[in-house]
Design a protein around this ligand. Sequence first.
Ligand code: FES
Length: 96
Amino acid sequence: MTPDPARFAGRLEPLGVDFEARADRPLLLSLEQAGLPWPSSCRNGTCRSCIGRLAQGRVRYEIPWPGLSAEEKAEGCVLPCVAFPICDLVLQGPGA
Ligand code: FES
């Protein structure tokens, strides 16, 4: 039996809305499931239309090089279409 995937507490700012961020799905899907609007296009980490910023928390990527520079990653930029949460987080954006 497979254990339930971890579920983290997400918060979307500046709306101040909470959502459930599942560890086994990209943030974009969790946002959409919560009915929160977020732009997207390619949904594979290349077009950058979904870019946002993590004010708190961390994510992991399953693709080796999502369309972010090392500097952008260091500044907290994320691509929610390919970013998986690994802890509770606060997401700023979109377009942050
Ligand atoms: S939708 Fe294209 S990078 Fe996220």
